[in-house]
Write a protein that binds this ligand. Structure first.
Ligand code: CP
Length: 312
């Protein structure tokens, strides 16, 4: 693949190959010398038009550990503020010959559109409600390492599915890898027609968590609710917030996941989130660096296989 825009076009064997490589980068990340050279001589530009802690930091670290020249644009201080469009901004940066563009944007489809205008490899770091492929891949790596496999598992994805690109990418990936995916949410936070994705749907946490191997919690994404339905946090926590009591319905060795940022006491109990016997939230962050290294390594191999404009 020339770009990584979503999980949708990836085959199961390609996902496994990327995760195998990411496993090797996990090992490297735990050593004193964390350097690899897969991106030596290449230029990586990060363009985040939406806030981010984990994704931006891990892409920057991943690029630096692999020897790229990494520039993270401060989009709030860019000429976007003067009315320059997304595409003009991308074309301007494209003229500086980057090899990798990492883009997060609030509009679904914006990263795909941008990828059609530039010469370099583009990675989707989250576009609107559409996809967040590296999040689903890091979640998959976390699950595979904890459960020893990435198939025939029951995964409950709970909370604000309707506004979540994380849920969408995870549903696509987990379904491709032949897992049983259950969505647990109030009717107002489920997108219409979601059953077509091969998932089971319930509005009840006890039913949804029953015998689950993995419980994945999602944040209430109020910034995408357009002033529409915003549930009362107290009521929401009572019915859908994960605590030790509700977790009892899942398997005894079920792991608890959350992509972050989390709102303690809204979708998850803070004590449970910190319980290292059940929660793998910090491990997900660690896997994020390794998965992003693997993704950029594979895209760079593809880039190096093609002649550059200068040598052509
Ligand atoms: N999970 C995730 O994408 O977190 P950030 O928004 O902090 O990057």
């Amino acid at each position: 693949h020339r770009h990584l825009l979503g999980i949708e076009p990836l085959r199961p064997d390609e996902i496994e190959t990327l995760l195998d490589l990411a496993d090797r980068y996990v090992t490297l990340g735990r050593q004193r010398d964390k350097h690899a050279h897969a991106l030596a001589g290449l230029t990586q530009i990060n363009m985040f038009f939406e806030t981010s802690t984990r994704t931006q930091a891990s892409f920057e670290l991943a690029g630096k550990r692999m020897g790229a020249d990494v520039m993270s644009m401060a989009m709030q201080a860019s000429s976007i503020k003067k009315g320059e469009t997304l595409i003009d901004t991308a074309m301007t940066l494209n003229a500086m010959h980057p090899d990798l563009l990492v883009v997060r944007h609030p509009n679904s489809g914006a990263v795909d559109l941008l990828s059609q205008k530039v010469n370099c490899a583009v990675i989707n770091a989250g576009d609107g409600r559409h996809e967040h492929p590296t999040q689903a891949l890091l979640d998959a790596l976390t699950i595979r390492r904890r459960k020893g496999r990435l198939h025939r598992l029951t995964v409950a994805i709970c909370g604000d599915i309707a506004h979540s690109r994380v849920a969408r990418s995870n549903i696509l990936l987990l379904h491709k890898m032949e897992n049983r995916v259950r969505l647990v949410a109030p009717p107002t936070l489920l997108p219409a027609g979601i059953e077509e994705f091969g998932v089971e749907v319930t509005h009840d946490m006890e039913e949804g968590l029953k015998d689950a191997d993995v419980v994945m919690m999602l944040r209430l994404q109020k910034e995408r609710m357009d002033g529409g339905f915003i549930p009362s946090e107290r009521e929401y926590y009572h019915r859908y917030g994960l605590d030790a009591e509700k977790l009892r319905h899942a398997k005894e060795d079920a792991i608890v996941m959350h992509p972050g940022p989390m709102n303690r006491g809204v979708e998850i109990d803070g004590t449970l989130a910190d319980d290292i016997n059940r929660s793998v939230i910090q491990e997900q962050v660690e896997m994020g660096v390794a998965v992003r290294m693997a993704a950029m390594d594979l895209l760079a191999r593809n880039l190096r296989a093609r002649p550059t404009e200068l040598s052509a």
